[in-house]
Design a protein around this ligand. Structure first.
Ligand SMILES: *Cc1c(COP(=O)(O)O)cnc(C)c1O
Length: 426
Protein backbone atom coordinates (compact mmCIF):
# COMPACT_ATOMS: atom_id res chain seq x y z
CA UNK A 1 0.00 0.00 0.00
CA UNK A 2 1.02 3.57 -0.56
CA UNK A 3 1.79 6.16 2.04
CA UNK A 4 0.66 9.73 2.31
CA UNK A 5 3.10 12.38 1.26
CA UNK A 6 4.02 13.79 4.67
CA UNK A 7 4.05 17.40 3.59
CA UNK A 8 1.35 17.98 1.01
CA UNK A 9 -0.17 21.40 0.40
CA UNK A 10 -3.14 22.39 2.54
CA UNK A 11 -6.40 21.16 1.00
CA UNK A 12 -8.67 23.78 -0.53
CA UNK A 13 -11.84 21.69 -0.89
CA UNK A 14 -13.58 19.06 1.19
CA UNK A 15 -12.92 16.59 -1.62
CA UNK A 16 -9.19 17.16 -1.24
CA UNK A 17 -9.33 17.11 2.55
CA UNK A 18 -11.43 13.98 2.90
CA UNK A 19 -10.38 11.80 -0.07
CA UNK A 20 -7.59 10.36 1.99
CA UNK A 21 -7.52 6.82 0.66
CA UNK A 22 -4.89 6.03 -1.96
CA UNK A 23 -4.90 2.24 -1.78
CA UNK A 24 -6.87 1.18 -4.89
CA UNK A 25 -8.56 -1.84 -3.33
CA UNK A 26 -9.85 0.22 -0.41
CA UNK A 27 -11.06 3.19 -2.41
CA UNK A 28 -14.86 3.35 -2.48
CA UNK A 29 -16.71 4.27 -5.65
CA UNK A 30 -18.27 7.68 -5.97
CA UNK A 31 -21.81 6.43 -6.44
CA UNK A 32 -22.11 5.39 -2.84
CA UNK A 33 -21.14 1.74 -3.13
CA UNK A 34 -18.56 0.18 -0.87
CA UNK A 35 -18.12 -3.15 -2.61
CA UNK A 36 -21.48 -4.90 -2.33
CA UNK A 37 -22.72 -2.50 0.37
CA UNK A 38 -24.23 0.96 0.55
CA UNK A 39 -26.16 2.37 -2.40
CA UNK A 40 -29.64 3.84 -2.15
CA UNK A 41 -32.51 1.38 -1.71
CA UNK A 42 -35.48 3.73 -1.58
CA UNK A 43 -39.15 4.11 -2.49
CA UNK A 44 -39.79 6.44 -5.45
CA UNK A 45 -40.89 9.32 -3.24
CA UNK A 46 -37.46 9.43 -1.63
CA UNK A 47 -35.22 8.39 -4.52
CA UNK A 48 -35.44 11.71 -6.33
CA UNK A 49 -34.82 13.98 -3.30
CA UNK A 50 -31.80 11.85 -2.33
CA UNK A 51 -30.39 12.15 -5.84
CA UNK A 52 -30.71 15.92 -5.51
CA UNK A 53 -28.83 15.83 -2.20
CA UNK A 54 -26.11 13.67 -3.74
CA UNK A 55 -25.70 16.08 -6.64
CA UNK A 56 -25.64 19.17 -4.44
CA UNK A 57 -23.17 17.50 -2.10
CA UNK A 58 -20.84 16.56 -4.96
CA UNK A 59 -20.77 20.22 -6.02
CA UNK A 60 -20.26 21.44 -2.46
CA UNK A 61 -17.30 19.19 -1.85
CA UNK A 62 -15.54 20.65 -4.89
CA UNK A 63 -16.23 24.24 -3.83
CA UNK A 64 -13.41 26.06 -1.98
CA UNK A 65 -15.87 28.56 -0.46
CA UNK A 66 -17.91 25.75 1.10
CA UNK A 67 -14.80 24.20 2.59
CA UNK A 68 -13.56 27.55 3.89
CA UNK A 69 -16.86 28.15 5.70
CA UNK A 70 -16.90 24.62 7.16
CA UNK A 71 -13.32 24.87 8.46
CA UNK A 72 -14.00 28.35 9.85
CA UNK A 73 -16.92 26.97 11.88
CA UNK A 74 -14.85 23.99 13.04
CA UNK A 75 -12.28 26.40 14.39
CA UNK A 76 -14.47 29.17 15.82
CA UNK A 77 -17.53 27.22 16.93
CA UNK A 78 -16.46 23.64 17.56
CA UNK A 79 -13.04 24.57 18.92
CA UNK A 80 -10.91 22.47 16.57
CA UNK A 81 -8.30 21.16 16.47
CA UNK A 82 -9.01 19.03 19.52
CA UNK A 83 -5.96 17.83 21.49
CA UNK A 84 -4.37 14.42 21.21
CA UNK A 85 -3.34 13.70 24.78
CA UNK A 86 -1.00 11.12 26.27
CA UNK A 87 -3.04 9.59 29.11
CA UNK A 88 -0.14 8.94 31.50
CA UNK A 89 -1.98 7.61 34.53
CA UNK A 90 -4.34 5.52 32.43
CA UNK A 91 -1.31 4.07 30.64
CA UNK A 92 0.24 3.23 33.98
CA UNK A 93 -2.96 1.57 35.18
CA UNK A 94 -3.26 -0.47 31.97
CA UNK A 95 0.35 -1.65 32.18
CA UNK A 96 1.69 -1.78 28.64
CA UNK A 97 1.24 0.28 25.51
CA UNK A 98 1.04 4.07 25.78
CA UNK A 99 -2.56 5.21 25.53
CA UNK A 100 -3.42 8.47 23.78
CA UNK A 101 -6.87 10.06 23.82
CA UNK A 102 -8.23 12.09 20.90
CA UNK A 103 -10.35 14.61 22.76
CA UNK A 104 -13.59 14.85 20.78
CA UNK A 105 -15.29 15.27 24.16
CA UNK A 106 -13.97 18.84 24.15
CA UNK A 107 -15.98 19.80 21.07
CA UNK A 108 -18.85 22.27 21.43
CA UNK A 109 -21.93 20.21 22.44
CA UNK A 110 -19.64 17.53 23.85
CA UNK A 111 -19.11 14.96 21.11
CA UNK A 112 -17.95 14.33 17.56
CA UNK A 113 -21.46 14.69 16.09
CA UNK A 114 -21.19 18.48 15.69
CA UNK A 115 -18.50 17.90 13.01
CA UNK A 116 -21.08 16.46 10.62
CA UNK A 117 -24.20 18.35 11.70
CA UNK A 118 -22.40 21.59 10.83
CA UNK A 119 -21.61 20.18 7.39
CA UNK A 120 -25.22 19.13 6.96
CA UNK A 121 -26.69 22.53 7.81
CA UNK A 122 -24.23 24.24 5.47
CA UNK A 123 -25.35 21.90 2.70
CA UNK A 124 -29.03 22.54 3.53
CA UNK A 125 -28.46 26.27 3.31
CA UNK A 126 -26.61 25.94 0.05
CA UNK A 127 -29.55 23.95 -1.36
CA UNK A 128 -31.96 26.70 -0.31
CA UNK A 129 -33.76 24.52 2.25
CA UNK A 130 -35.67 26.06 5.12
CA UNK A 131 -35.56 23.22 7.61
CA UNK A 132 -33.34 20.33 8.64
CA UNK A 133 -35.25 17.30 9.85
CA UNK A 134 -34.02 14.18 11.63
CA UNK A 135 -34.87 11.49 14.08
CA UNK A 136 -33.09 11.11 17.37
CA UNK A 137 -32.95 8.26 19.88
CA UNK A 138 -31.26 9.40 23.06
CA UNK A 139 -31.24 12.96 21.75
CA UNK A 140 -27.53 13.43 21.07
CA UNK A 141 -27.93 13.84 17.31
CA UNK A 142 -30.97 16.06 17.84
CA UNK A 143 -29.04 18.41 20.11
CA UNK A 144 -26.02 18.58 17.79
CA UNK A 145 -28.28 19.28 14.81
CA UNK A 146 -30.37 21.86 16.67
CA UNK A 147 -27.22 23.73 17.71
CA UNK A 148 -25.86 23.74 14.16
CA UNK A 149 -29.22 24.83 12.69
CA UNK A 150 -29.53 27.69 15.16
CA UNK A 151 -26.04 28.85 14.28
CA UNK A 152 -26.72 29.19 10.55
CA UNK A 153 -30.36 30.30 10.89
CA UNK A 154 -32.28 27.23 9.74
CA UNK A 155 -35.39 25.70 11.28
CA UNK A 156 -34.90 22.30 12.87
CA UNK A 157 -37.50 19.55 13.37
CA UNK A 158 -36.61 16.51 15.46
CA UNK A 159 -38.77 13.39 15.63
CA UNK A 160 -38.39 11.34 18.75
CA UNK A 161 -40.26 8.30 20.06
CA UNK A 162 -42.60 9.20 22.93
CA UNK A 163 -40.80 6.68 25.16
CA UNK A 164 -37.49 8.44 24.47
CA UNK A 165 -39.04 11.87 24.99
CA UNK A 166 -39.96 10.78 28.51
CA UNK A 167 -36.58 9.10 29.16
CA UNK A 168 -34.37 11.84 27.75
CA UNK A 169 -36.03 14.92 29.17
CA UNK A 170 -32.85 17.05 29.48
CA UNK A 171 -32.07 16.61 25.79
CA UNK A 172 -35.65 17.53 24.85
CA UNK A 173 -35.23 20.75 26.83
CA UNK A 174 -31.84 21.40 25.19
CA UNK A 175 -33.29 20.99 21.70
CA UNK A 176 -36.18 23.31 22.51
CA UNK A 177 -33.88 25.93 24.03
CA UNK A 178 -31.86 25.75 20.81
CA UNK A 179 -35.01 26.60 18.88
CA UNK A 180 -35.88 23.16 17.49
CA UNK A 181 -39.39 21.77 17.13
CA UNK A 182 -39.57 18.37 18.84
CA UNK A 183 -42.19 15.93 17.55
CA UNK A 184 -43.14 13.11 19.92
CA UNK A 185 -44.04 9.96 17.97
CA UNK A 186 -46.63 7.84 19.76
CA UNK A 187 -47.24 4.96 17.36
CA UNK A 188 -45.95 1.36 17.77
CA UNK A 189 -43.13 0.92 20.26
CA UNK A 190 -42.69 4.73 20.26
CA UNK A 191 -38.89 4.59 20.08
CA UNK A 192 -36.20 5.19 17.45
CA UNK A 193 -37.65 3.04 14.67
CA UNK A 194 -41.01 4.84 14.73
CA UNK A 195 -39.21 8.19 14.90
CA UNK A 196 -37.26 7.33 11.72
CA UNK A 197 -40.46 6.35 9.90
CA UNK A 198 -42.28 9.47 11.03
CA UNK A 199 -39.49 11.88 10.05
CA UNK A 200 -39.05 10.20 6.64
CA UNK A 201 -42.80 10.51 5.99
CA UNK A 202 -42.66 14.26 6.51
CA UNK A 203 -39.53 14.51 4.38
CA UNK A 204 -41.06 12.52 1.52
CA UNK A 205 -44.03 14.90 1.55
CA UNK A 206 -42.05 18.15 1.49
CA UNK A 207 -38.63 17.43 -0.02
CA UNK A 208 -38.30 21.04 -1.31
CA UNK A 209 -38.55 22.47 2.18
CA UNK A 210 -36.48 19.92 4.11
CA UNK A 211 -33.06 18.33 4.17
CA UNK A 212 -33.01 15.03 6.04
CA UNK A 213 -29.87 15.18 8.17
CA UNK A 214 -28.77 11.65 9.05
CA UNK A 215 -26.83 11.18 12.28
CA UNK A 216 -24.13 8.68 11.33
CA UNK A 217 -22.40 7.04 8.34
CA UNK A 218 -25.63 5.18 7.56
CA UNK A 219 -28.70 5.54 5.35
CA UNK A 220 -28.90 5.97 1.58
CA UNK A 221 -26.17 7.50 -0.58
CA UNK A 222 -24.79 10.17 -0.15
CA UNK A 223 -24.96 10.04 3.67
CA UNK A 224 -22.38 7.31 4.44
CA UNK A 225 -19.91 9.27 2.30
CA UNK A 226 -21.05 12.73 3.36
CA UNK A 227 -20.95 12.07 7.11
CA UNK A 228 -17.59 10.31 6.79
CA UNK A 229 -16.12 13.23 4.86
CA UNK A 230 -17.17 15.70 7.57
CA UNK A 231 -15.73 13.41 10.27
CA UNK A 232 -12.45 12.68 8.45
CA UNK A 233 -10.96 15.75 10.13
CA UNK A 234 -10.70 13.70 13.36
CA UNK A 235 -8.25 11.17 11.94
CA UNK A 236 -6.45 13.74 9.81
CA UNK A 237 -5.68 15.83 12.91
CA UNK A 238 -4.80 12.75 14.94
CA UNK A 239 -2.33 11.49 12.37
CA UNK A 240 -0.54 14.83 12.10
CA UNK A 241 -0.52 15.32 15.87
CA UNK A 242 0.84 11.83 16.48
CA UNK A 243 3.59 12.17 13.88
CA UNK A 244 4.63 15.52 15.34
CA UNK A 245 4.64 14.33 18.93
CA UNK A 246 6.32 10.97 18.33
CA UNK A 247 9.35 11.56 16.11
CA UNK A 248 7.52 10.90 12.89
CA UNK A 249 6.22 7.49 13.89
CA UNK A 250 2.63 6.27 13.74
CA UNK A 251 0.58 4.57 16.47
CA UNK A 252 0.37 0.79 16.71
CA UNK A 253 -3.42 0.89 16.84
CA UNK A 254 -6.35 3.29 16.55
CA UNK A 255 -9.49 2.27 18.42
CA UNK A 256 -13.01 3.70 18.20
CA UNK A 257 -16.53 2.67 19.24
CA UNK A 258 -18.99 1.67 16.52
CA UNK A 259 -22.70 2.33 16.64
CA UNK A 260 -23.58 3.53 13.15
CA UNK A 261 -19.86 4.10 12.81
CA UNK A 262 -19.27 7.83 12.24
CA UNK A 263 -16.68 8.53 14.92
CA UNK A 264 -14.82 5.37 13.89
CA UNK A 265 -14.80 6.27 10.18
CA UNK A 266 -13.64 9.73 11.21
CA UNK A 267 -10.77 8.31 13.22
CA UNK A 268 -9.81 5.59 10.71
CA UNK A 269 -9.99 7.27 7.30
CA UNK A 270 -6.62 9.07 7.44
CA UNK A 271 -4.92 5.83 8.55
CA UNK A 272 -6.41 3.41 6.00
CA UNK A 273 -3.29 3.47 3.81
CA UNK A 274 -0.98 2.95 6.78
CA UNK A 275 -0.69 -0.82 6.64
CA UNK A 276 1.15 -1.07 9.93
CA UNK A 277 -1.48 0.76 11.94
CA UNK A 278 -4.11 -1.59 13.33
CA UNK A 279 -7.62 -0.16 13.14
CA UNK A 280 -10.09 -1.57 15.63
CA UNK A 281 -13.83 -0.88 15.85
CA UNK A 282 -15.57 -1.77 19.12
CA UNK A 283 -19.22 -2.76 19.18
CA UNK A 284 -21.41 -3.01 22.26
CA UNK A 285 -21.32 -6.56 23.64
CA UNK A 286 -24.11 -5.53 26.00
CA UNK A 287 -25.20 -7.93 28.71
CA UNK A 288 -24.97 -11.22 26.78
CA UNK A 289 -24.84 -12.87 23.38
CA UNK A 290 -28.57 -13.63 23.02
CA UNK A 291 -30.50 -11.56 20.50
CA UNK A 292 -31.77 -8.46 22.29
CA UNK A 293 -28.89 -8.31 24.77
CA UNK A 294 -26.28 -6.64 22.55
CA UNK A 295 -25.77 -4.68 19.31
CA UNK A 296 -22.92 -6.64 17.71
CA UNK A 297 -24.00 -6.11 14.13
CA UNK A 298 -20.57 -6.74 12.63
CA UNK A 299 -20.04 -10.14 14.25
CA UNK A 300 -23.60 -11.40 14.50
CA UNK A 301 -25.50 -9.64 11.70
CA UNK A 302 -26.20 -10.74 8.13
CA UNK A 303 -26.45 -8.87 4.85
CA UNK A 304 -29.75 -7.06 4.48
CA UNK A 305 -31.38 -3.73 3.73
CA UNK A 306 -31.99 -1.18 6.47
CA UNK A 307 -32.80 2.54 6.29
CA UNK A 308 -32.16 2.77 2.57
CA UNK A 309 -28.79 0.99 2.45
CA UNK A 310 -27.48 -2.52 1.87
CA UNK A 311 -25.41 -3.41 4.91
CA UNK A 312 -25.09 -5.88 7.74
CA UNK A 313 -28.21 -6.04 9.93
CA UNK A 314 -29.23 -7.80 13.13
CA UNK A 315 -32.62 -9.36 12.48
CA UNK A 316 -35.08 -11.40 14.53
CA UNK A 317 -36.70 -14.68 13.46
CA UNK A 318 -39.21 -12.85 11.24
CA UNK A 319 -36.52 -10.89 9.40
CA UNK A 320 -37.36 -7.59 11.10
CA UNK A 321 -34.56 -5.47 12.63
CA UNK A 322 -33.86 -7.06 16.02
CA UNK A 323 -34.20 -5.32 19.37
CA UNK A 324 -30.74 -4.28 20.55
CA UNK A 325 -29.21 -3.32 23.87
CA UNK A 326 -26.21 -1.38 25.08
CA UNK A 327 -25.57 0.70 28.18
CA UNK A 328 -24.52 3.36 25.68
CA UNK A 329 -27.68 4.57 23.96
CA UNK A 330 -25.63 5.98 21.07
CA UNK A 331 -24.51 2.47 20.12
CA UNK A 332 -27.78 0.53 20.16
CA UNK A 333 -28.42 0.35 16.43
CA UNK A 334 -29.26 -2.93 14.62
CA UNK A 335 -27.29 -1.91 11.51
CA UNK A 336 -23.89 -0.39 10.74
CA UNK A 337 -22.41 1.92 8.13
CA UNK A 338 -21.78 0.06 4.85
CA UNK A 339 -18.14 1.12 4.63
CA UNK A 340 -17.42 -0.74 7.85
CA UNK A 341 -18.72 -3.99 6.38
CA UNK A 342 -16.58 -3.38 3.31
CA UNK A 343 -13.46 -2.67 5.39
CA UNK A 344 -14.04 -5.76 7.53
CA UNK A 345 -14.30 -7.97 4.45
CA UNK A 346 -11.22 -6.31 2.95
CA UNK A 347 -9.39 -7.29 6.15
CA UNK A 348 -8.37 -3.71 6.88
CA UNK A 349 -10.35 -3.04 10.06
CA UNK A 350 -10.87 -5.47 12.95
CA UNK A 351 -14.17 -5.46 14.82
CA UNK A 352 -14.40 -6.60 18.41
CA UNK A 353 -16.80 -5.96 21.26
CA UNK A 354 -16.74 -4.74 24.85
CA UNK A 355 -19.52 -5.74 27.21
CA UNK A 356 -21.43 -3.52 29.63
CA UNK A 357 -19.32 -4.56 32.64
CA UNK A 358 -15.92 -3.89 31.07
CA UNK A 359 -17.25 -0.62 29.67
CA UNK A 360 -18.37 0.57 33.12
CA UNK A 361 -14.95 -0.32 34.54
CA UNK A 362 -13.23 1.65 31.78
CA UNK A 363 -15.58 4.59 32.38
CA UNK A 364 -14.62 4.73 36.06
CA UNK A 365 -10.91 4.19 35.46
CA UNK A 366 -10.60 7.09 33.00
CA UNK A 367 -12.56 9.31 35.36
CA UNK A 368 -10.22 8.55 38.26
CA UNK A 369 -6.90 8.46 36.45
CA UNK A 370 -7.33 11.29 33.97
CA UNK A 371 -10.02 13.53 35.46
CA UNK A 372 -12.16 12.99 32.37
CA UNK A 373 -15.66 11.54 32.52
CA UNK A 374 -15.95 9.82 29.13
CA UNK A 375 -19.18 9.01 27.28
CA UNK A 376 -20.29 5.40 27.76
CA UNK A 377 -20.01 5.02 23.97
CA UNK A 378 -16.34 6.04 24.05
CA UNK A 379 -15.79 3.86 27.12
CA UNK A 380 -16.26 0.80 24.89
CA UNK A 381 -13.16 1.84 22.93
CA UNK A 382 -11.25 2.47 26.17
CA UNK A 383 -12.19 -0.99 27.44
CA UNK A 384 -10.61 -2.53 24.35
CA UNK A 385 -7.49 -0.37 24.78
CA UNK A 386 -7.17 -1.60 28.37
CA UNK A 387 -7.44 -5.21 27.18
CA UNK A 388 -4.92 -4.72 24.38
CA UNK A 389 -2.31 -2.52 26.10
CA UNK A 390 -0.62 -5.26 28.18
CA UNK A 391 -0.55 -7.60 25.17
CA UNK A 392 1.14 -5.03 22.92
CA UNK A 393 3.74 -4.03 25.51
CA UNK A 394 5.34 -0.72 26.42
CA UNK A 395 6.93 0.01 23.03
CA UNK A 396 3.51 0.13 21.42
CA UNK A 397 1.05 3.00 21.41
CA UNK A 398 -2.71 3.09 21.13
CA UNK A 399 -4.89 6.03 20.12
CA UNK A 400 -8.46 5.94 21.44
CA UNK A 401 -11.04 8.22 19.90
CA UNK A 402 -12.73 9.71 22.95
CA UNK A 403 -15.86 10.48 20.96
CA UNK A 404 -17.73 12.38 23.65
CA UNK A 405 -18.05 13.44 27.25
CA UNK A 406 -19.99 11.45 29.79
CA UNK A 407 -21.91 14.11 31.68
CA UNK A 408 -25.07 12.83 29.98
CA UNK A 409 -24.44 9.38 31.48
CA UNK A 410 -23.84 10.10 35.14
CA UNK A 411 -27.39 9.44 36.42
CA UNK A 412 -27.47 6.13 34.59
CA UNK A 413 -24.05 5.13 35.89
CA UNK A 414 -24.89 6.18 39.45
CA UNK A 415 -27.67 3.56 39.41
CA UNK A 416 -25.27 0.84 38.24
CA UNK A 417 -22.25 1.27 40.48
CA UNK A 418 -21.50 1.65 44.17
CA UNK A 419 -20.63 5.22 45.06
CA UNK A 420 -19.65 6.13 48.58
CA UNK A 421 -22.24 7.97 50.65
CA UNK A 422 -20.83 11.43 51.32
CA UNK A 423 -19.06 11.57 54.64
CA UNK A 424 -21.03 13.55 57.20
CA UNK A 425 -19.57 16.26 59.40
CA UNK A 426 -21.51 18.19 61.99
C1 LIG B 1 -23.65 9.01 18.89
C2 LIG B 1 -22.40 8.70 19.56
C3 LIG B 1 -21.62 7.57 19.19
C4 LIG B 1 -22.06 6.56 18.20
O1 LIG B 1 -22.22 7.02 16.90
P1 LIG B 1 -21.20 6.60 15.74
O2 LIG B 1 -21.90 7.08 14.52
O3 LIG B 1 -21.05 5.12 15.79
O4 LIG B 1 -19.94 7.29 16.02
C5 LIG B 1 -20.40 7.38 19.82
N1 LIG B 1 -19.96 8.23 20.77
C6 LIG B 1 -20.69 9.30 21.16
C7 LIG B 1 -20.15 10.18 22.23
C8 LIG B 1 -21.93 9.58 20.56
O5 LIG B 1 -22.63 10.64 20.96
Amino acid sequence: MLNHPESSAAPSTLAEAADLIRTPELKPTNDGHFGAYGGAVLPDALARPMEDVAKAYEEARQDPAFYAEYTRLLRDVVGRPTPLMLAERLTEAAGGAKIFLKREDLNHTGAHKINHTLGEVLLAKRMGKQTVIAETGAGQHGVALAAAAALVGLDCEIHMGAVDVAKQHPNVVRMQLLGAKVVSVERGGATLKEAVDSAFEVYAQYPEQYLYAIGSVVGPHPFPTLVRDFQAIVGAETRTQFLQGNDGTLPTAVIASVGGGSNAMGAFTAFLDDDDVRLIGVEPGGSGSELGQHAMTMSKGATGVLHGMTTRVLTDATGEPAPVHSIASGLDYPGVGPQHVFLAEAGRVEYVSANDGHTLEAFQLVSRTEGIIPALESSHAIAEALRLAPQLGSYASIVVNLSGRGDKDIDYVADKIELATPEVVR
